[in-house]
Design a protein around this ligand. Structure first.
Ligand code: GLA
Length: 407
């Protein structure tokens, strides 16, 4: 068993750089002051969506307790579009959404749920449906008239360069502002053009940092598609770019999918263990990532509910200071994350990346934390220790998540 060792000379300096750069920047669109939480259609349903499914999901969102736990949005991903009418207004597929999107938005709003929709900065979306290039003003007005609260804006079928991307995203962001409705703007170009450098100035409230998540822990040799750990490896390094209203988005939660058919199970998405799903919830929360579930909310077992609705873990994610955890330790076995919280407590997450149980001994001083703490285990919901250190076993792929309560 290997001990987890935590020493870095540049640690305190790193914290100070992050403190300076994590302030909201001028030009940030107001909205999404904490990471958006919701449920998105894509990973489970793909294009096989319709208004009945969305309504059922809205009812399940309420009855399961997900809405109360903080999951506010239902986001309709690709596949809702039915082309344009004779005035070039974008319209929904009349078979999938016979009552129209406005009626669906009203249904959701009545239940206290916000509604998200999807388009793309090109003539066609990733799945080949009508998209918004050159119709930005018109589509933004249409979305606003329907009562849309969130737009995911993809980048398939668009030129590769970043100058064009910035222009196209800014154009839609401006159109959303001009629409007169506050609509959270999610930029989705998969991190290819390093959007953490420019997306907030282009009007984005969040930006995808990676390719699409698949329902698996890690990519295997010869395999395609990204697993939870592959995504953490990229997103964790981007902590300094996150702040209220501007979030790194490492894609959706795969919690509770268990290898279900749908886009998340292609490219080697074989499903994860509950320990791995619990790790994703911990890691996404401590990275201040949007928490966007994609499992079937109508059919969740007790374990899935326990993972998705852990109020203490969600509180770390939604902490109003809005800092993404700094990955303080990163080697073949361990990743250790530290997230300062608004009330001067600190959240830490200890991930065992290896395939076997490991023993961890941490001196909090080595994490730059010099106070005396009560150590609260956010999965056990109890204080498990006191002082300036913690030691214990972490099973393979498990993430321990603690709140260090300042004394
Ligand atoms: C891209 C996005 C996905 C999803 C699909 C829809 O792959 O990254 O999240 O929106 O398009 O076609």
């Amino acid at each position: 068993m290997k001990a987890c060792i935590t020493i870095s000379a540049i640690w305190l300096l790193t914290i100070r750089v992050a403190e300076v750069s994590a302030q909201p920047q001028p030009g940030t669109t107001i909205g999404a002051l904490t990471p958006p939480m919701g449920w998105m259609t894509w990973n489970y349903f793909g294009e096989r969506i319709n208004e009945e499914i969305i309504k059922e999901m809205a009812n399940a969102m309420v009855s399961s307790g997900m809405l109360k736990a903080g999951y506010q949005y239902i986001m309709i991903d690709d596949g809702w579009q039915g082309g344009r009418d004779n005035k070039n207004n974008i319209i929904p597929d009349p078979v999938k959404f016979p009552s129209g999107i406005k009626a669906l938005a009203d249904y959701l709003h009545t239940r206290g749920i916000k509604i998200g929709i999807y388009s793309d900065a090109a003539p066609l979306t990733c799945a080949g449906y009508t998209a918004s290039l050159n119709f930005e003003e018109q589509d933004a007005k249409t979305f606003a008239s329907w009562g849309i609260d969130y737009l995911k804006y993809d980048y398939c079928n668009a030129p590769a360069d970043s100058i064009t991307a910035k222009i196209r995203y800014k154009k839609m962001a401006d159109a959303l502002v001009n629409s007169g409705r506050q609509i959270v703007f999610g930029i989705c170009e998969w991190g290819s053009r390093m959007p953490w450098h420019w997306a907030a100035n282009a009007g984005g409230n969040l930006w995808r940092t990676t390719g699409d998540v698949r329902d698996k822990w890690k990519t295997r040799p010869g395999d395609k598609g990204m697993g939870i750990l592959d995504i953490v490896d990229i997103n964790a390094a981007l902590y300094e770019y996150a702040a209220p209203g501007r979030w790194n988005d490492p894609d959706m939660l795969v919690v509770g999918l268990h290898g279900a058919k749908g886009p998340s199970s292609d490219l080697g998405g074989v499903g994860c263990s509950n320990i791995e799903y619990q790790s994703q919830m911990s890691l996404w929360s401590i990275m201040a990532a949007p928490l966007i579930a994609t499992n079937d909310l109508r059919d969740m077992n007790a374990e899935t509910k326990m993972i998705l609705m852990n109020d203490e873990v969600i509180a770390v994610n939604q902490d109003k200071l809005g800092r993404q955890a700094i990955r303080r330790v990163n080697n073949d076995t361990w990743a250790i994350f530290v997230k300062p919280l608004d009330n001067s407590d600190v959240a830490i997450a200890i991930l065992n990346k290896s395939g076997t149980i490991q023993n961890c001994q941490i001196d909090f001083n080595d994490l730059g934390l010099t106070d005396n703490y009560d150590i609260r285990d956010l999965w056990k919901h109890t204080i498990i220790g006191k002082g300036k250190s913690w030691g214990g076993n972490v099973v393979a792929h498990q993430t321990k998540m603690f709140r260090l309560i300042k004394k």
